[in-house]
Write a protein that binds this ligand. Sequence first.
Ligand SMILES: [Zn+2]
Ligand SMILES: [Zn+2]
Length: 112
Amino acid sequence: MAEQCTWCGTAVDADDGFRVAEPESERRAVFCRLEHVVPWIMQGAHWEPGRIVASGEPDDALGRCALCGDRLGDARVLVVRHRDHHRIGDAFCRIDHLLDWAKGGGRYKAAS
Ligand SMILES: [Zn+2]
Ligand SMILES: [Zn+2]
C-alpha cells in the first residue's frame, strides 16, 4: 500500500522514499525524497503518530549521529531510506542535524 509524502502528498511506494521517526515519541513522517525533509523541518516538523520499525528492532542505526558523531540519546531521530528491498538507516542526535544532513544531500552527496 502506498503512503503519502508528509510534505507534498505524492504517493510514496513501500520500496521507495524516506521514512523519518522519533522512536521515543512514537511519531513518524514519510517523504518521497530527501529534499522534502528540509522545508518540512523548517516549517516546524508536523509528525504523524506511529513507528517506522517494529518494536524490538533496532531504531538507532549505528548508535551515533550521522552528522556529528555524537552518541545518540532518547530524543534521536531515525531516517530510513527505502530502495527496492534495501533499508538504509541513519540516525541523528537531534532534528537540526537531520536538517543539515538533508540540506547537504544526505549520505549520497559524496557517492562515487
Ligand atoms: Zn514529497
Ligand atoms: Zn548530531
